[in-house]
Design a protein around this ligand. Structure first.
Ligand SMILES: Nc1ncnc2c1ncn2[C@@H]1O[C@H](COP(=O)(O)OP(=O)(O)O)[C@@H](O)[C@H]1O
Ligand SMILES: N[C@@H](CCC(=O)OP(=O)(O)O)C(=O)O
Length: 371
């Protein structure tokens, strides 16, 4: 069935939600509700990914800065998350819109079953015209199973709902060639056309402000996940309420990251981006060419090295001989057995159907040219 109405995921960062003396958090959320309501009335489906639990918790607890200890962050999030939802609920209710709280951890989305569950629940909420308000379950997430920033989470939510567009609202008006806070000569970048250009820009990204977590680094990682899944990404300044209206009207504001014209199919999106790799397998140039150019399965004969400790059917990173990530997949063999068998002919390591490559053949050709 083809969907006619636009489907968008809007991510609102901590830097924005904390508000300022001139525009407090309640005003930020009221403006968001007004803009999203206009899109909703046009029949568009919207999911919101919101930060702010830790920030609002800290404000409620009258802390001067963001604590560094995990317990304090998790406890502050428990205080702030309820407040955050109350603010959204009130602001949206004024306009007759219903919201739903959805809290997830990285571990939830890495499990195929729970990921599919999340997809179904989100789909049901959108079908009811309810706005899902998604955040990481900060209070329970453990170090190895957490996102930490909401950029990556928002990209996976966009993948999960099959969004057309992901809008990242933050406190800077677009991507620059350096952090504009520190580098006055940083040049604006208005369009990133494809994954290769995105890879080339990875060095421009720096960390975030005092309250934000990932800065531009995680926004570019989110753009990589979304665009390789066929989702357009727009990065813009949410401090001016008119900006979201302009974005929702399709106007060119901020930086646009164009979607891949050859997006990964559904299941492979999950394989490539939601799975948590337990180790990595390094390929020789011949194996890289066979996978990237010819869509072949990975055989032990092309494996140069095995890192980490993984069992059969667990996720691994597939690396080129120079360390570039080619993609991810579910291993047929565990790491111990693979170490014994690597270099041998006729042994399958990752079947092509259980593998998602995120490096384009062109980018691979560029780097293989030296071999
Ligand atoms: N290349 C860059 N272009 C634009 N902003 C950058 C860049 N590198 C770092 N930044 C910083 O990233 C910040 C936004 O990230 P962050 O504070 O994590 O916000 P959020 O809470 O919205 O995710 C900006 O305020 C800016 O100072
Ligand atoms: N889940 C956290 C948000 C983490 C965070 O700050 O992310 P980001 O807004 O991407 O810098 C919270 O609600 O406080």
């Amino acid at each position: 069935m083809t969907r006619l109405a636009m489907r968008r995921v809007v991510k609102v960062g901590t830097s924005l939600l904390r508000g300022t003396a001139a525009r407090p958090t309640t005003a930020v959320i009221a403006d968001l509700a007004a803009s999203l309501n206009r899109a909703h009335r046009r029949g568009e489906a919207i999911a919101l990914v919101t930060s702010g639990a830790v920030g609002l918790g800290c404000a409620a607890l009258e802390m001067g800065g963001r604590p560094t200890e995990v317990e304090a962050l998790q406890a502050a999030a428990a205080v702030g998350q309820g407040r955050l939802m109350a603010l959204y609920q009130d602001a949206f209710a004024v306009r007759g819109l219903k919201v739903a709280q959805v809290l997830v951890t990285r571990g939830d989305l890495a499990s195929r079953r729970r990921y599919q569950n999340a997809c179904r629940t989100l789909e049901q909420l959108l079908a009811w015209g309810v706005v899902p308000v998604v955040n990481e379950n900060d209070t329970l997430a453990t170090d190895e199973l957490r996102f930490g920033d909401n950029d990556t989470l928002s990209a996976l939510v966009a993948v999960a709902v099959g969004a057309d567009e992901l809008i990242l609202l933050t406190d800077v008006d677009r991507l620059y060639s350096g952090d504009p806070r520190r580098d006055a000569g940083a040049e604006p970048i208005e369009e990133v056309r494809d994954l290769q250009e995105l890879e080339r820009l990875s060095h421009v990204a720096r960390g975030g402000g005092q309250w934000g977590t990932g800065g531009m680094t995680t926004k570019l990682a989110a753009a990589r996940i979304a665009t390789s899944s066929g989702i357009r990404v727009r990065l813009a300044d949410g401090r001016d309420p008119a900006v979201l209206d302009a974005l929702l009207a399709g106007e060119r504001v901020g930086t646009v990251f164009q979607p891949s014209t050859t997006p990964l199919p559904d299941r492979k999106r999950w394989l490539a981006h939601a799975l948590l790799p337990r180790g990595s397998v390094r390929l020789d140039p011949g194996a890289e060419r066979a996978l990237v150019r010819h869509g072949a399965s990975l055989l032990a004969v092309g494996v140069q090295a095995v890192d980490g400790d993984f069992g059969p059917r667990e996720a691994v990173r597939l690396l080129a001989s120079d360390g570039r990530e080619l993609g991810r997949g579910l291993a047929t063999l565990g790491s111990a057995e693979l170490r014994q068998l690597m270099g041998q002919a006729g042994v399958e390591v990752v079947h092509r159907d259980q593998m998602a490559l995120t490096l384009t053949p062109e980018a691979s050709d560029d780097s293989l040219a030296g071999h």
